[in-house]
Write a protein that binds this ligand. Sequence first.
Ligand SMILES: [Zn+2]
Length: 61
Amino acid sequence: MPWGNGRGPPSGRGGGRGGGFGQGPGGDCICPNCGHREPHQLGAPCYTRKCPKCGAPMTRA
Ligand SMILES: [Zn+2]
């Protein structure tokens, strides 16, 4: 699997209930500037992504 961030797969956290990111699986990223939302992708934190509409850094919804 493409765990290209050097952290390995997200195991050992979350008590064995999916995700393991601490904020729940399957969330959205949201642009604080224009409100654009899109699905959060594992391995790509929202703040590393930019809004496709306005270019602002996105945040966790
Ligand atoms: Zn935006």
